[in-house]
Design a protein around this ligand. Structure first.
Ligand SMILES: Cc1cc2nc3c(=O)[nH]c(=O)nc-3n(C[C@H](O)[C@H](O)[C@H](O)COP(=O)(O)OP(=O)(O)OC[C@H]3O[C@@H](n4cnc5c(N)ncnc54)[C@H](O)[C@@H]3O)c2cc1C
Length: 421
């Protein structure tokens, strides 16, 4: 019998795990992604703060899927779904499917603030993380030749917007750079002038975690010298001046935007299935509501269950497990076996703040400080794909820990040839 054509859009945590679990399973699989690699998003902040090389947290898809039969990879952007014809339009042409899985994840949400979108730096891809690294390092080079004190202070002021895990992690990592690394690199600069400000609209950092974790994360950040501004609204930023909701202003040449995400919706499907946060309504089998052969998994999917009435949290673990459950169900469909409903078993959550400092919630057990930090490192090391990457990340971390240094402070600019006339 001819294999059914299964097309997966997105090789993030959800799409990658789905595809891996369907190895030689009787489907002809086409995996489409804008990039030819998978990205480990939880460690973007370490690329942005010169702790890890991009290649340590990015994995070439063709290497991951070596040896898979009836398996095709195409690097392209999916533009439109034409469900009535079972085809999708992509940047490299038309692709047809019997079953389509949308695993496109989410992108940064600037909530319509165009000027902020133009001037702030998000961290939703490895290239954006690398851009932030270049941008931040260049600010210190520029500070050496600033024309006056006001300009120098603005260059040395880093504003991070959003007190969730990403905002907390990047603020803490910047504070570690300020404490241990930058004064050695730039002895001509006075690092008392460097400020790291974390702006959060709500009244706590890490509000999705326990009250203990929230309180400790703020305490840890302040211990590291980060100025945490809670219940503060960021209204506007033109690349030089941050305007707050209370009318106050801050001069800063860097703003990191970690304040929201929205689903990467592809055109063509019924708009009524798109709910809050641009997520697609799915049933308990991840089937998109109203479609017989289209599924959505990971951050883009919104599944309402008795435990999660507003949908699951947008986390790597949810995406990984939805990918695995859908793979099981797709195999079951081939042999007409019963299907499994998805539910997320929350094993806990954690966030790191800085050297020796992290917070972790595991049901009734809550840890803060050094033990939580070691747990955080161990779990993330286990989650990274590939033995080589695990090894390099471990060596990097060990080296950085022992030497209080990290050696990746290169400003790598995109190549542009100057044409002589
Ligand atoms: C900085 C940061 C830190 C995080 N830290 C944690 C953490 O510590 N713990 C945790 O559990 N979660 C964390 N998350 C969240 C976690 O990374 C996401 O929940 C997870 O990546 C979702 O997986 P996904 O497969 O749904 O989407 P993604 O991993 O985002 O993958 C989507 C894929 O789809 C591709 N794609 C999108 N649109 C198209 C298109 N039109 N055409 C072709 N390809 C397309 C993208 O290139 C991408 O490869 C973090 C996220 C970020 C940004």
């Amino acid at each position: 019998m001819k294999e059914k054509k299964l097309v997966i859009i997105g090789a993030g945590f959800a799409g990658l795990n789905l595809a891996r679990k369907l190895k030689n399973s009787g489907y002809e699989i086409t995996l489409l992604d804008k990039n030819n690699y998978h990205q480990f998003q939880p460690l973007f902040y370490q690329v942005a703060t010169a702790g890890l090389e991009p290649s340590a947290i990015s994995f070439p898809l063709r290497k991951v899927f070596q040896g898979y039969k009836k398996f095709h990879i195409r690097t392209c952007e999916v533009i439109k779904i034409e469900s009535e014809k079972n085809v999708i339009q992509t940047s490299i042409g038309e692709v047809d499917y019997d079953i389509l899985v949308i695993a496109t994840g989410a992108d940064t949400n600037f909530f319509g603030m165009k000027q902020v979108e133009e001037n702030a730096i998000p961290m939703k891809s490895v290239s954006e993380a690398l851009y932030l690294r270049n941008h931040a390092l260049q600010r210190f080079e520029d500070a050496l030749s600033a024309k006056d004190e006001t300009e120098r202070k603005a260059l040395l002021t880093f504003v991070v917007v959003g007190g969730g895990a990403t905002g907390v992690e990047v603020s803490g990592a910047l504070a570690d750079l300020k404490r241990f690394v930058l004064p050695k690199d730039f002895p001509e600069l006075n690092f008392d002038e460097m400020e790291i400000l974390l702006i959060e609209n709500g009244d706590s950092t890490l509000s999705a975690m326990s009250a203990e974790a929230s309180a400790k994360s703020k305490e840890f950040l302040e211990r590291l010298g980060v100025k945490v501004m809670l219940s503060t609204q960021m209204k506007e930023y033109d690349g030089r001046t941050v305007i707050l909701g209370n009318g106050k202003t801050i001069l800063a040449r860097t703003m990191v935007w970690a304040a929201g995400i929205k689903g990467n919706v592809i055109d063509g499907l019924n708009q009524e299935i798109i709910v809050r946060g641009s997520r697609m309504k799915v049933d308990r089998y991840n089937k998109v509501i109203g479609y017989e052969n289209i599924y959505a998994i990971g951050d883009i999917a919104n599944m309402v269950t008795p435990l999660y009435e507003k949908g699951h949290p947008q986390l790597a673990n949810v995406a990984i497990n939805q990918g695995k459950t859908l793979a099981k169900n797709l195999k079951a469909m081939l042999s007409s076996k019963p299907l499994h409903e998805f539910e997320y078993k929350d094993m806990g959550s954690m966030a790191t703040v800085g050297r020796n400092l992290a917070v972790a919630d595991f049901k009734k057990m809550k840890f803060q400080g050094l033990f939580a930090w070691m747990l955080w490192m161990f779990i993330h090391l286990m989650l990274i794909l590939g033995a080589k990457n695990k090894f390099f990340v471990f060596i990097n971390w060990a080296w950085n820990y022992i030497t209080f240094d990290q050696s990746l402070r290169l400003i790598i600019k995109p190549f542009k040839r100057k044409v002589s006339r």
